[in-house]
Design a protein around this ligand. Structure first.
Ligand code: DMJ
Length: 529
């Protein structure tokens, strides 16, 4: 009998071979029609996004075929007029750098250097925040709508590139973005606006979320510290997590499912912000980040000689601005609370799969509006003597009857888009707790993927997750090979080569090695943290 990791590896090979046969050299496979599309510059994104997965799965033959397939890339021409900065950084730049770190093939670093150079004009804006798109060769920038995730999620990739190439601009241009964010106004001291003007650098709009358009910037606060010891980023992580826990986490009224949602302020009105009670699959990375922090921070901070950093808190609250220092301490109370939140949220993300007839989750979920803030119900639980498990962590049974659920799948978005966030968190919950239940839950998701998304050419997103069979949609995103199948494989790999002390996954699941700045780099790059 095949082991679970072998099953996942076979699935990967099925997707990879389908792509190579029917879609290469274009970007992604159309898995229903067996054709191809160029949606990420026409630089074979599925190959680049697959390299680190193939290396970790031990698929060396396919890995070197992949390297050969892309080694002549010049990044001077694109199928689109402009290159999307964020997607190109996380998929292509992250893909090359991770594949280089794993294999030490010099061509991969050389490609990363060329690509990093081609993308750097994105920072040539009035605010120095990166524009959404950049034109190869000319460096012409298109500002776009200034999404938080797009401006704040290039730090891991560019800083590792700076370390590997010694080029100061690869550190300084992205780091300026962080300095800008740390000084900018926030809500509740730690929540950043979804939209920013790239011309002025100012935030705008009243929506605050950790889901679509913002997600990886929050993820990268913690990961910048874990990758390269950036204490300012850690301070921001600790501040932001407090605000997320106090204002974005809710518990559903009947099943007590813990979920994370977004809030919006009122226009010209100082009523408390209003929660939408929409829960996004994209936000299911959060439990993994919380668990990673709870696992890593106590040991990492115990090694820090100086636990306090100078850090101007970024808030519109004038009283809070008087607090110039943030103490980088991670108490047992914080660790425990973060772990409860991680377990409760990860359970909900999994239950949103298990509840559906197909066993696959909807991309968007509307919880009923009578959910209560987790912070409130936790306080009540504490005041009443902490009876039983904390609210939001009690793991109610799976509910197959849609009429008995306290949420509904979003009508226009009841699609499973092959996204990684839930299996990513399940993998991190397994790694940080060692509880085998997470492996079982991950395997149930894997079986549903095999059963309902496999086509004659590859794997496809589906629509109608609470019906059997759901209907295929004609797309196989490259992140399915980069992330979803990688996290599932590592979940079942008893010899998982990724030591969380030594590697940090970028937001596209490309692992980068932990490093420190030496004195020369600190001086040359002006490393301030
Ligand atoms: C991926 O490209 C990355 O995980 C990104 O951070 C969010 N969107 C997709 C997967 O859902």
């Amino acid at each position: 009998m095949k082991s679970r990791k072998e099953e996942v590896r076979n699935s990967f090979l099925y997707a990879w071979n389908g792509y190579m046969k029917h879609a290469f050299p274009e970007d992604e496979l159309l898995p229903v029609t067996g054709r191809a599309k160029n949606n990420f510059n026409g630089w074979s994104v599925t190959v680049v996004d697959s390299l680190s997965t193939m290396w970790l799965m031990g698929l060396k033959k396919e890995f070197y075929e992949g390297v050969q397939a892309i080694e002549r890339q010049t990044f001077t021409k694109s199928t689109n007029y402009y290159i999307p900065f964020f997607e190109t950084v996380i998929r292509h730049l992250g893909g090359y750098l991770s594949a280089y770190a794993l294999s030490k093939e010099p061509i991969l670093l050389s490609l990363a250097n060329d690509l990093g150079t081609m993308l750097i004009p994105a920072f040539n804006t009035n605010s120095s925040l990166p524009g959404a798109k950049v034109r190869p060769v000319t460096g012409e920038v298109s500002l776009g709508s200034g999404l938080l995730a797009e401006i704040g999620s290039c730090q891991l990739e560019y800083k590792y590139l700076a370390k590997m190439t010694g080029r100061p601009e690869f550190y300084e241009r992205p780091d300026y973005v962080m300095t800008h964010l740390y000084k900018a106004p926030t809500l509740l001291n730690g929540l950043f606006a979804e939209h920013w003007s790239i011309s002025t650098g100012a935030p705008h709009g009243g929506k605050y979320t950790v889901g679509a358009n913002t997600d990886s910037t929050y993820e990268y606060f913690l990961k910048q510290y874990l990758l390269a010891g950036d204490k300012r980023a850690l301070a921001q992580y600790l501040i932001s997590i407090e605000a997320i826990i106090s204002d974005l986490l809710f518990v559903s009224p009947s099943r007590e499912l813990l979920y994370v949602t977004d809030i919006s302020t009122w226009w010209k009105d100082d009523r408390p912000p209003k929660a939408s009670h929409v829960h996004e699959h994209l936000a299911c990375y959060l439990p993994g980040v919380l668990a990673l922090g709870a696992h890593m921070l106590p040991q990492r901070l115990a090694q820090e000689p100086d636990l306090t950093v100078e850090f101007i808190t970024n808030t519109t609250d004038p009283d809070a601005q008087k607090r110039p220092r943030v103490t980088l301490e991670y108490s047992e109370g914080s660790r425990e609370k973060h772990m409860w939140a991680a377990e409760g949220l990860a359970y909900t993300c999994w239950a949103l799969y298990a509840d559906q007839a197909s066993g696959l989750s909807s991309d968007g979920t509307q919880f009923v509006s009578s959910g209560k803030k987790w912070d409130y119900v936790m306080r009540a639980w504490e005041q009443e003597g902490k009876e039983g498990k904390p609210p939001g962590t009690r793991e109610p049974p799976v509910e197959k009857d849609a009429s008995k659920r306290d949420y509904s799948n979003s009508m226009n978005n009841d699609r499973y888009l092959m996204r990684p966030e839930t299996v990513e968190s399940i993998y991190l919950l397994w790694k940080t707790t060692g509880n085998p239940i997470w492996r079982e839950r991950g395997y149930e998701i894997y079986k549903a993927i095999e059963k309902h998304t496999k086509t004659p050419y590859g794997y496809a997103s589906v629509k109608g997750v609470d019906s059997v069979p759901p209907r295929f949609e004609n797309e196989m995103p490259s992140y399915f090979l980069a992330e979803t199948l990688k996290y599932l494989y590592l979940l079942f790999d008893d010899e998982d080569p990724i030591d969380l002390d030594k590697w940090v996954f970028n937001t596209e699941a490309h692992p980068l090695p932990v490093f420190t700045w030496n004195e020369m780099e600190r001086t040359r790059f002006n490393v301030i943290s």
